[in-house]
Write a protein that binds this ligand. Structure first.
Ligand SMILES: [Fe+2]
Ligand SMILES: [Fe+2]
Length: 280
């Protein structure tokens, strides 16, 4: 029984694949032989991708309201790295769009959790003096992708874990351990290896509940803190009624309230990411 479930949770052919265009852009970005100009053209040719991209870059998030008119322009102004991260983030929609909410698990509240963790990861990275803060936004946005994959592959199992963790007030990952099921971190890790996502992103997805990696790796630790911060702020629903397992004042000291304030401001600007889900 358990083996069959494990197989099911690894059968990624059952997950809606990344749209072909997203996939080829992601592959091209990693290929040093493909020029920035070629990639720009690939994005520009995909109407759905380029319109989403232009919507984000013209939103309050970047502050260029209505001034960026083309993909080339976006890359010139924001840089290639930022645009790459945006495309990675937008690739999540292909999975989200296919999933349905149930009384115990609301896909939109979960997405709000993800956008919240993205903002908090970025703020924390900035506080720590990290320059590539956009990367942290993407890592935060996608940290719990394994939960969505689990919902897509084994909905009964996923919803029963959600129900139990909410009823007992115990974090989702602890219920996974108790029930000895393949955890969302492993599923997310395997899925992102399968989708050939960047290594650092895979690491965050796979280890954001692993205390050893949390202690050793900045990215993993910041996303873990961000997850806890967003829960404390009561933003969205991570699938377990936002149980908190870390004393944030203990790790952030007196800076804690100021950081919370910054996260709220960042989230305000990032509304465009949440709005994508409206009209679904
Ligand atoms: Fe998680
Ligand atoms: Fe989370």
């Amino acid at each position: 029984m358990k083996d069959r479930l494990r197989e099911k949770l690894r059968d990624f052919s059952q997950i809606p694949p990344l749209p072909e265009s997203v996939n080829s852009v992601l592959v091209a970005i990693r290929d040093p032989r493909v020029s920035a100009k070629d990639i720009t053209e690939m994005i520009a040719h995909d109407v759905s991708m380029s319109s989403k991209l232009l919507k984000v870059v013209n939103s309050a998030y970047y502050g260029y309201r209505g001034k960026i008119t083309s993909v080339t322009h976006a890359i010139v102004i924001l840089g290639f790295n930022t645009v790459k991260n945006l495309i990675l983030g937008l690739s999540m929609y292909s999975l989200l769009e296919k999933l349905k909410s149930t009384p115990e698990f609301d896909v939109k509240s979960f997405w709000v959790h993800c956008v919240g963790v993205a903002c908090a990861s970025k703020v924390i990275a900035l506080e720590m003096g990290r320059k590539d803060k956009e990367e942290l936004f993407t890592y935060g946005l996608m940290h719990d992708i394994g939960k969505l994959a689990m919902l897509a592959l084994a909905p009964d199992l996923f919803l029963s874990l959600v129900r139990e963790s909410k009823q007992r007030g115990i974090p989702f990952y602890q219920i996974e351990i108790e029930r000895e099921v393949l955890p969302h971190t492993s599923i997310g890790y395997d899925l992102f290896v399968y989708w050939k996502m960047p290594e650092e992103l895979i690491e965050v997805v796979g280890y954001h509940h692993d205390q050893d990696l949390i202690a050793r790796k900045d990215n993993v630790r910041w996303v873990y803190w961000a997850d806890q911060l967003i829960r404390t702020m009561g933003i969205g629903d991570g699938g377990d009624g936002n149980v908190i397992t870390l004393d944030l004042e203990g790790v952030m000291g007196t800076e804690w309230e100021r950081i919370k304030e910054k996260v709220s401001q960042e989230l305000e600007k990032a509304q465009v990411f949440i709005e994508f889900l409206r009209g679904m």
